[in-house]
Design a protein around this ligand. Structure first.
Ligand code: BEZ
Length: 224
């Protein structure tokens, strides 16, 4: 069965660029972003991991640990990290790959998380083996999967969107809100449709609720 939102993120132990880890213990009380890329030493993946290295401060502000994965060896991950850091330096950023890149030669994590898309004929490595696609699993401190996104090998991800999703996940459910299109931290959010207006007014303040339709009510989130 494929993993679904609400499932517990499967635990695993693995060799990584920062040593052997137990996934759940490594996450501890943090949020986690476990993401796969098709292969080391490929162009789009290099740009993606350089971006994740550059955004480590933003992930840390959100109490979030990032872990990368592909079906390559730790030796390759370590060699490739030099290219990633060199690419990040091109934009004037002294970013280092401090987050773990998980060894995937046994394909264990790829299978556990369904990161290999066998249906995509274009997604094969030189040996004809299907590669991992660009999956992202967002994991809450209680180890529940809160969001899953999957991009094909041909489309690099937008890691500002990954940060935006974390902001939404960390704020909206806790406040009984949902974040609208293109929402950014600090913007108004939607009161959930099944919440009574009187209850929303009591919580967020009568003057703070903007009524557009009976079912579309916007409010500034409470200060976190
Ligand atoms: C890339 O990262 O550029 C890439 C990897 C595998 C297939 C296509 C693109």
């Amino acid at each position: 069965m494929p993993l679904r939102l609400g499932n517990t993120a499967p635990n695993f132990t693995a060799n990584t660029t920062v040593g052997e880890i137990d996934f759940h213990k490594y996450l501890g009380d943090s949020w986690g972003v476990l993401f796969s890329h098709p292969a080391d030493f490929t162009p789009v993946c290099t740009t993606e991991l350089a971006e994740v290295a550059k955004l480590q401060g933003e992930f840390a502000k959100r109490n979030t640990k990032t872990l990368a994965y592909s079906c390559d060896s730790v030796e390759d991950h370590i060699k490739w990290s030099k290219d990633i850091e060199s690419y990040a330096a091109d934009s004037g950023c002294d970013a280092k790959v401090t987050f773990p890149i998980i060894e995937g030669t046994d394909r264990k994590v790829a299978e556990l998380y369904g990161m290999v898309d066998e249906m995509d004929e274009t997604n094969k490595n030189k040996a004809g083996m299907p590669m991992t696609v660009r999956s992202v699993f967002f994991i809450a401190p209680n180890k529940q999967i809160k969001c899953i996104i999957t991009y094909p090998a041909s489309t690099g991800r937008n890691f500002n969107e990954v940060l935006r999703i974390i902001d939404s996940l960390q704020m909206a459910p806790a406040q009984g809100l949902a974040t609208p299109v293109n929402w950014q931290k600090g913007d108004k959010a939607c009161v959930l449709p099944f919440v009574k207006t009187a209850d929303a007014e009591a919580k967020f303040g009568k003057d703070n609720i903007e009524h557009r339709f009976s079912y579309l009510r916007l409010t500034k989130p409470l200060e976190e």
